[in-house]
Design a protein around this ligand. Structure first.
Ligand SMILES: Cc1cc2nc3c(=O)[nH]c(=O)nc-3n(C[C@H](O)[C@H](O)[C@H](O)COP(=O)(O)OP(=O)(O)OC[C@H]3O[C@@H](n4cnc5c(N)ncnc54)[C@H](O)[C@@H]3O)c2cc1C
Length: 456
């Protein structure tokens, strides 16, 4: 057995935590322990879209051969339709934009995607289920370490703790308290208040109705429905539908969003995820086109998700604790990017910790480099995902419509064209850029002096 230079604990076995574990298990000198609160490593039965920027990371981790068996994967550089945009909140819908990108968006059934990640954890990575982290404490003797406390009364010890525990993260709460305490101790009272306020997740004012429809069921309702062949976004006032084929066309992923922007950043009353009947949201689509109604009629089992986001933090790192994924930057789902950003976090963090220049005495430098490259990028994606939501739900100032659009009306098409160009500008990072520049920049920081503690 090789000597371990670091013990890394990952709290949360969602997509971000597992990708980080897969990436870390490439380094034989790192001990990796993944603690998951649920009784099993699972994912909800819904779709997940992956863009070329993320796909290249999955390829670097050796995952794409297996992933290619559970999705239709076109040649990477070949132009593919990522989404057709259609204004659907009128008796006759209007297609107004086909977003074509190199490689398109790759669509997976989440449980299949998760199963591939789990199969790629090496035997040196230890996984634990039914381990809910409740708190942690830093110890100094015999050497600096972090002691983890779980709800079942057990404890564990690590050198680096990674909080990959999702939007309700308990690690985030502790990191926020630590950042605030530092600011307070340095006399920066307003910074301390600001970071404390940014801690808890907030309701976005939006709920998503999520379902998976067997393609044969949809075919019975609408034999030639275009969603059977191509990914669609149906835009309308205060609501939007994202629908695309998954599982090589056997299933259709369905997400219907209803937004109340006046409720943004308020508290959601009720369970964040709940089984509901389709009648609950059918009324939101009164007056929408028949294509949308056939989709809703094909929905059988549906859950309502109250979409929560997190405010930007001044750091994803406190001491030897780092946040990743939704724990760091939960965002609106309008760019299909939350999981992709979690994957980027996990990959960059693992590469920095695994680098031979990172040792027990230089962990801080690696974590600061992680924060320096990942935080600005992920926070930009958070902001642009929110803006896409305003555009999709026709809430973007000056881009609203008070009557059905018509193909013949030039003014309508100018405004729809404005939506198109804003969406594309916001989103193109996902297919025109790679992580390589940021990763190399972060790796170069491992050579430099340890940066001063960031002011929060
Ligand atoms: C409607 C909708 C559609 C979306 N579509 C896409 C898409 O197409 N593409 C995309 O990239 N993203 C998409 N997203 C976003 C994406 O689902 C999330 O950003 C992503 O799942 C976050 O991954 P994560 O690993 O950070 O957190 P999670 O997936 O939430 O995983 C956190 C894990 O931590 C565990 N946990 C929680 N607390 C504790 C604790 N105290 N101790 C131990 N374990 C704990 C949880 O059980 C869970 O397994 C979508 C989101 C929504 C709502």
């Amino acid at each position: 057995m090789s000597i371990k230079k670091l013990r890394v604990a990952i709290c949360g076995g969602g997509v971000g935590g597992l990708v980080c574990a897969v990436a870390l298990s490439r380094y034989l000198d790192i001990q990796v322990d993944v603690y998951e609160s649920a009784g099993a490593f699972t994912e909800i039965g819904a779709g997940i879209g992956v863009w070329p920027r993320t796909w290249k990371i999955l390829a670097a981790l050796g995952l794409t051969d297996e992933l290619s068996k559970i999705a239709i994967v076109p040649p990477a550089e070949q132009p593919q339709v990522a989404f057709n945009f259609r204004k659907g909140d009128q008796p006759e819908g209007v297609n107004f934009y086909t977003l074509t990108t190199p490689g398109g968006m790759l669509a997976f059934h989440r449980p299949d995607f998760h199963a591939v990640l789990l199969r790629h954890l090496s035997s040196q990575c230890h996984t634990y289920t039914s381990k809910r982290l409740v708190s942690y404490a830093h110890t100094l003797s015999p050497q600096p370490a972090t002691k983890l406390y779980f709800r079942d009364g057990t404890t564990a010890v690590c050198d680096v703790l990674i909080g990959a525990d999702g939007v309700k993260s308990s690690v985030r709460s502790a990191v926020v308290r630590e950042l605030a305490a530092v600011a307070q101790a340095e006399g920066r009272v307003e910074d301390a208040e600001r970071v404390l306020a940014a801690g808890p997740p907030k309701w976005s004012g939006t709920v998503a109705y999520r379902a998976v429809i067997p393609s044969d069921t949809l075919r019975r309702h609408a034999p030639c429905h275009q969603v059977l062949e191509r990914p669609m976004l149906y835009l309308g006032k205060d609501s939007e539908l994202t629908v695309y084929p998954i599982s090589c066309g056997m299933l259709v992923n369905f997400a219907a969003f209803r937004s109340r922007y006046d409720k943004e950043n308020t508290t959601f009353n009720g369970d964040w995820v709940q089984d509901v009947s389709r009648e609950e949201f059918f009324a939101d689509f009164t007056g929408w086109e028949p294509e949308v109604h056939s989709l809703i009629q094909a929905v059988q089992k549906v859950n309502r998700w109250a979409i929560h986001t997190t405010s930007p933090l001044p750091s994803f790192v406190s001491g030897r604790v780092a946040l990743l994924g939704d724990a760091a930057h939960a965002m609106m789902p309008y760019q299909g990017a939350g999981a992709g950003q979690a994957i980027e976090d996990g990959y960059v963090l693992a590469t920095l910790l695994g680098d031979s220049r990172t040792t027990l005495s230089t962990i801080d430098r690696a974590l600061r480099a992680y924060d320096a490259v990942r935080r600005p990028f992920a926070q930009r994606v958070q902001a642009s995902s929110r803006e896409n939501g305003l555009l999709y739900t026709l809430n973007f100032p000056s881009l609203t419509f008070d009557r059905p659009v018509s193909r013949a009306d030039r003014e309508d098409f100018v405004r729809l064209g404005e939506i198109r160009s804003r969406v594309e500008t916001n989103w193109q990072w996902a297919w025109t850029t790679t992580i390589d520049g940021d990763l190399n920049r972060a790796l170069r920081m491992l050579d430099g002096p340890t940066p001063n503690r960031r002011r929060s």
